[in-house]
Design a protein around this ligand. Structure first.
Ligand code: ZN
Length: 164
């Protein structure tokens, strides 16, 4: 089995597991930051809510109607950023977006870890937006942008930083 084939079978397994048992699925009372995301191409809708404890993500939850890839990505994302500082979480967002679009060199040092199972989506153009929607939405939540979309007209990646 090649390296890539390993990723592909792991990808299937992880997607199925997180789709069946999504982590951090639900809402948070009195969330200080939240955003909703929409991917019109697939029909994915998700919302992400979180609270900080000082600089760190103390609790985070997501919910919505989405395909398996979007839900698995959101599930793994919420697990990955919980306890991280906002700055570290922002780095992870950038790395995930770069990986999903085939622009991240996985051989160089990065925070991706188990999220590397999503590296294969860069070969599946229709699925890239499903995988990145939760990350766009998290970025929007950090920046208190009310809604995110994978379409360019409301691109949260160009939201003003630190301008709530
Ligand atoms: Zn989708």
């Amino acid at each position: 089995m090649t390296h890539l084939a390993n990723y592909k079978s792991l990808y299937q397994e992880v997607i199925l597991d997180h789709n069946k048992k999504p982590r951090n699925y639900g809402t948070i009372e009195n969330a200080s930051h939240h955003a909703v995301g929409h991917n019109p191409l697939c029909g994915d809708h998700i919302s992400v809510a979180l609270n900080f404890d000082r600089e760190c993500v103390a609790c985070i939850a997501f919910q919505g109607e989405s395909c398996a890839i979007c839900k698995a990505s959101a599930s793994m994302m919420t697990s990955a950023v919980k306890g991280k500082t906002r700055a570290d979480a922002e780095i992870l967002i950038q790395e995930f977006l770069a990986m999903a679009t085939g622009k991240l060199n996985l051989e160089s040092p990065n925070q991706i870890g188990r999220l590397a199972v999503f590296a294969g989506v860069c070969d599946l153009p229709m699925r890239v937006k499903c995988a990145i929607l939760p990350w766009h939405t998290l970025h929007a939540a950090f920046n208190s942008v009310a809604s995110a979309s994978t379409e360019a007209d409301a691109d949260p990646m160009h939201a003003p930083i630190g301008n709530a």
